[in-house]
Design a protein around this ligand. Structure first.
Ligand SMILES: [Zn+2]
Length: 105
């Protein structure tokens, strides 16, 4: 089911942020079949907090998961938030840019 607007995170209730698909690939290396994702960027999100704790205790890695949804299908997933703040920096960059809509026909 294609989503018309950003859904809310079931873990923390916060509205998800639109995030363009990372240029790097995760896990299966198959890449992303969509232009953007909806991602929960709430640092207090239970999924993020628990994921952080889990990865730290299990692997000694300062990484975590964030909740995400594919806008085209509404399919839920998690995205690895490794490399502290990388995604947040990217999100801030996205938000500081003016919307680049297709202005030329
Ligand atoms: Zn959340």
């Amino acid at each position: 089911m294609k989503l018309e607007k950003a859904p809310n995170c079931p873990h923390c209730g916060k509205e998800l942020d639109k995030y363009d698909t990372p240029s790097f690939h995760f896990a299966d290396g198959l890449g992303w079949c969509t232009d953007f994702l909806y991602v929960c960027f709430n640092d207090d999100c239970s999924l993020y907090v628990n994921g952080k704790k889990y990865l730290w205790e299990k692997y000694g890695q300062a990484a975590s998961y964030r909740y995400m949804v594919y806008p085209d299908t509404g399919q839920e997933d998690t995205i690895v938030a490794a490399n502290p703040r990388l995604m947040e920096v990217r999100l801030a960059a996205l938000k500081s840019q003016p919307e680049e809509e297709n202005q030329e026909e």
